[in-house]
Design a protein around this ligand. Structure first.
Ligand code: PMV
Length: 332
């Protein structure tokens, strides 16, 4: 059996502006992950997907154990398997006899990269099972193919940070920069409980940009300046400086029109409880907020966020240690 895993992610700085060619910084989130296993099926059975432990919206259908030949066209998990196998030279028919089991603890439609993580875990498990070495760059490219099918015009930051499993400084179309985090720092990550459809929010921003190009370009430039300053601070190990930069990024996101009262309530609670800075993360209008905290304040800020209505609170330590995301057990 072969296993592949992938972490969640948050965008630390630069969402939306990244779609318009500006830089952004994203980091992996420990403690939540997607996991896929691949094992041999009975001869002639073809490929079966088992996803009973996957949140409903990620499955794309009602049943949770089914052969891919019976899946409706566009079933998201089948798309991932097909893109992965085709890249690895397993052109079907004949279908290989495999059972692929998928699970995930990453909340969906909240900006934590659940779709990209599920795709990455499946592709890693298939690659390990087939002895097909895949670089993070190739994994990222395959997951980007999937993202393009389901998310319209993604910038590519989700697949990049998840496939590399390291903090990244990302500019669309440029080689990825793995960010050296000189001093690790802590984030508290809180769910507003409001679902957010990235595709819709990105479309709305584009509509506003089309009408008010000059203003929106200036806002994107303002965000880019914040992202560059944040990169410098991370490289120098001056992580406390990220707090005011997060607040500045949030103010610019509010001007873009992607914030929401439910998010701002959480941001106020985090800052009042001692967070050094806080902002929404991802597409906005719902989803998660992130707060920069001293280690000793993780619990007090988390509690304040719960009192302010957060439906789930996580924390993560941002550092630059890579993890592999694949393992092989008694490969068959
Ligand atoms: O909600 P998420 O985490 O998928 O983030 C969307 C980030 C955007 O910049 C708004 C879109 C993108 O493709 O980068």
């Amino acid at each position: 059996m072969a296993t592949g895993t992938a972490p969640g992610k948050v965008i630390l700085f630069g969402e939306h502006a990244v779609v318009y060619g500006r830089p952004a910084i994203a980091v992996p989130v420990d403690g939540v992950e997607a996991c896929a296993t691949v094992r041999p099926g009975e001869q002639g059975s073809g490929i079966w997907l088992e996803c009973c432990n996957l949140p409903a919206a990620e499955k794309g259908r009602e049943g949770c154990y089914y052969p891919i030949r019976e899946a409706p066209p566009g079933d998201p998990l089948c798309v991932v398997v097909t893109i992965g196998l085709t890249h690895m030279g397993m052109v079907t028919p004949p279908e290989p006899d495999l059972i692929i089991t998928i699970s995930s603890t990453i909340p969906i439609a909240r900006g934590l990269g659940s779709g990209a993580a599920v795709a990455t875990a499946i592709i890693r498990a298939l690659a390990t099972y087939l002895d097909y070495p895949l670089s993070p760059e190739e994994t990222s490219r395959l997951v980007f193919e999937v993202e393009k099918i389901f998310h319209g015009t993604p910038s590519g930051i989700d697949n990049t940070v998840i496939a590399y499993q390291q903090p990244v400084y990302y500019v669309r179309g440029e080689p990825v920069e793995l960010l050296k985090v000189s001093n690790p720092f802590h984030l508290v990550i809180a769910d507003s409980g409001v679902a957010s459809a990235t595709r819709e929010v990105v479309r709305e921003v584009r509509q506003h940009w089309e009408v008010e190009r000059v203003r929106y370009e200036a806002l994107f430039d303002g965000i880019a300046a914040v992202v560059r300053a944040a990169r410098e601070s991370i490289l120098k190990g001056e992580w406390r400086a990220l707090g005011p930069l997060m607040n500045e990024n949030q103010a610019l996101l509010e001007e873009l029109g992607v914030s929401a009262p439910a998010l701002e309530r959480l941001l106020t609670a985090a800052r009042s409880a001692g967070a050094l800075g806080a902002k929404l993360s991802g597409a906005g209008q719902g989803g998660f907020v992130i707060a920069l905290v001293e280690e000793e304040n993780i619990i007090s800020v988390s509690k304040a966020l719960e009192r302010a209505g957060a439906t789930q609170v996580l924390s993560t330590c941002v550092s630059s240690y890579p993890t592999s995301g694949s393992r092989e057990e008694e490969k068959g």
